[in-house]
Design a protein around this ligand. Structure first.
Ligand SMILES: Nc1ncnc2c1ncn2[C@@H]1O[C@H](COP(=O)(O)OP(=O)(O)O)[C@@H](O)[C@H]1O
Ligand SMILES: O=P(O)(O)OC[C@H]1O[C@](O)(COP(=O)(O)O)[C@@H](O)[C@@H]1O
Length: 312
């Protein structure tokens, strides 16, 4: 069982337009609404591949109710903690050439009591779980060390912890010694305070996060694939997609596939890459099902070129 926690979930609205011009009125061609937020997507991807999972989310207002309805409609076991603030909406605008513009709301503040209630629920749900996955941005006012504190509780209960966060929340979590962190290229660069321009830069930065406390670093590099640095060393792989449709949720699918495959070494990296590539071939934040996943496109580089520049 894999438990996910999303403190700042969202209704993801994906809007297709012919062309987006800043400062003008644009008519949408179509709109799709998905339940969203990083932990929510990890649970959606796991369930789509028959891996048992529970999604713990906050839920506020009519949009929070809709989020829970959508998740339950998909058959996801969801434990929603009611909160006063409205659940946010994140908007992704997609142009026909695949250019994507994202607008993520900050979310509404959580009170101390609400945060304590969520922590009680997720610690309870995680009892006996193989992994607790804590993901995504924090609502305003939530202390940046929340993932670090939860990590200590989960670890002392014998539950492995994966963190997908950014900025101060990621840095604090790394110091608490999680089993796994999944930064993307920007998050990795911010965490180490220097640019990540090549595969070698990503490896060095991932090594640094390990030195600071993370057990395994799965650094996702968009179209450049991913770098895995764990106790066994460095593994690098790619899974090219010739016509990407939507990258929203690709990192969540990568993480879900990696965990589903045992979270260790090249086999898990390859599975994560196959799930990430499958998500990129699907519209909006649709999570891949078994039929969408092609393992034959994954390449694990036996002799990686560390000097290779990453796509801008
Ligand atoms: N344009 C792309 N082509 C092929 N695979 C992609 C592309 N964008 C993302 N991916 C896959 O999705 C994974 C996560 O994407 P990334 O953008 O790094 O993370 P995040 O969605 O968390 O920002 C990548 O490691 C890769 O496997
Ligand atoms: O919590 P954040 O950082 O605002 O991100 C939330 C957004 O990220 C997503 O989980 C997509 O994640 P990725 O594209 O990073 O894989 C959306 O569903 C959601 O709208």
């Amino acid at each position: 069982m894999i438990v996910t926690l999303t403190l700042n979930p969202s209704l993801d609205r994906t809007i297709d337009v012919d062309r987006l011009v800043k400062g003008t009125m644009t008519r949408a061609r179509s709109v799709r609404i998905d339940p969203g937020g990083k932990g929510v997507n990890v649970s959606r991807a796991l369930l789509a591949n028959r891996v048992p999972t529970v999604a713990v989310v906050t839920s506020g207002g009519a949009d929070g109710e809709q989020l829970v309805r959508l998740l339950e409609g998909d058959g996801i076991a969801v434990h929603a903690v009611p909160v006063a603030g409205r659940t946010r909406s994140n908007v992704t605008i997609v142009e026909p050439d695949g250019v994507v513009t994202k607008l993520n709301e900050p979310g509404e503040p959580l009170s101390r009591e609400e945060l304590d209630a969520v922590a009680d629920v997720v610690l309870d749900e995680a009892e006996g779980a193989s992994w607790a996955v804590t993901c995504g941005s924090l609502p305003p006012g939530v202390p940046a060390d929340i993932y670090a504190r939860l990590c200590e509780f989960f670890t002392s209960a014998g539950v492995r912890v994966a963190v997908d966060a950014s900025g101060p929340a990621l840095l604090a979590a790394v110091g608490a010694g999680p089993h796994l962190v999944k930064p993307n290229r920007d998050e990795l660069a911010e965490a180490v305070g220097r640019p990540v321009a090549s595969v070698g830069d990503a490896v060095e930065a991932a090594r640094e996060l390990r030195e600071r406390g993370a057990g395994t670093v799965l650094a996702s590099l968009g179209a450049d694939g991913a770098v895995l640095v764990d106790e066994d060393g460095v593994t690098i792989g790619t899974a090219p997609v010739s016509e990407p449709r939507s990258t929203v949720g690709a990192g969540d699918a990568l993480l879900a596939g990696f965990l589903a495959a045992g979270a260790r070494g090249a086999p898990a990296l390859a599975e994560g890459l196959a799930w990430g590539a499958a998500a990129v071939r699907l519209p909006a934040s649709r999570m891949p099902r078994p039929d969408d996943i092609r393992r034959d496109i994954v390449r694990i580089d036996a002799r990686p070129d560390l000097g290779r520049s990453l796509i801008a």
